[in-house]
Design a binder for this molecule. Sequence first.
Ligand SMILES: [Zn+2]
Length: 372
Amino acid sequence: MHTPPNRDSSLVRLFLELVRIDAVSLMERPIADALTRLLTTEGIRVQEDDTGAQVGGNTGNLLCFPPHFDPNKPALMLTAHLDTVLPTAHLKPIVREDHITSDGTTILGADNRAGLSVLVDLLLSSVRPTIPQRNYFCVFTFGEELALYGAGTVDLSRFNVIGGFVFDCSKRPGIYIRESVGLHLFNARVIGRSAHSGVNPEEGMSAIVLASEAIAKLPLGRIDAETTANVGKIVGGEAVNAVPERVAIEGEVRSFTPQRIGEHLQIIESIFRSTVEGKGRLEFETAVDFEPYVLAPTSPVVVELERALRGAGLEPTPIRYTGGSDANKYNAKGIPAVNIGIGAQKPHSTDEFILIEDLERSSHIAKELVRA
Ligand SMILES: [Zn+2]
């Protein structure tokens, strides 16, 4: 027998309250203020850092500490992000029989208000805990949807974090991301020579032709079981009657080790160089969007999570994933972290929804994680 979900729990009510707050990337002030007010009133210490301004945001990261938190002891870190994508105007959540949706004109924002609700509810439970809890704190980041900004800028060096648990994977509870790709970007600028296309075309060197020749030779798409590559953007040319002087090509490489990403970027760069040089000029730059992480089944953060998942009555299901999350940034800082399925399904769409039982299960996972 299946018991119907409680559609009027304090967790559901908190979720409905949080999704109604409009706060997209770099404009997280309304949600940050609401959470700070709610938590500090109840006795949770909230610190906001000032790193949002570094990238033009109006809000920093929120670090939230239960009353018993001891910064000198090893701690667990549970995290979610403050921002959502668009569209969010006049967002109206609708509670159906077993799930919550928007009215179809906006996203729901369960990505990541579900994670926030679960962790705020957890923090509130720590004010007068009914069972002993471990040393933990929460981090709520800004600008995740743009470039994992907050998780990149937040300073965690003063804490002894033994594991990070990111409540932000759209998969169902029980599933978690144990291995995630990294993503590096490249920007190739091909520079030829401009000329009038009708008067003196032989004096020109078309950057569009050079770029096309190079792109046609690039290994793109699925390269191997670990690696993908893409050219996603081309900007170039000035006028139909001019031999184009400049083209800029932007692309990416994803793989599960930085070495593999680096190797493939070198192949791409050398194809551009051998095609362009001698006829035109090439400027080639790469940048790290986020680094990959691959955690062993025996790593403490994985062991801790699997214990909590089983405690919540779930079967631990590790997956490898080809997208990034704040967990990538924490791992890059040397803090082993996993991204946990919370069932915020069809994110970034007007069909987004969450099952009420998945909200409750995610909350159960969080409570098991911090149970002493
Ligand atoms: Zn998210």
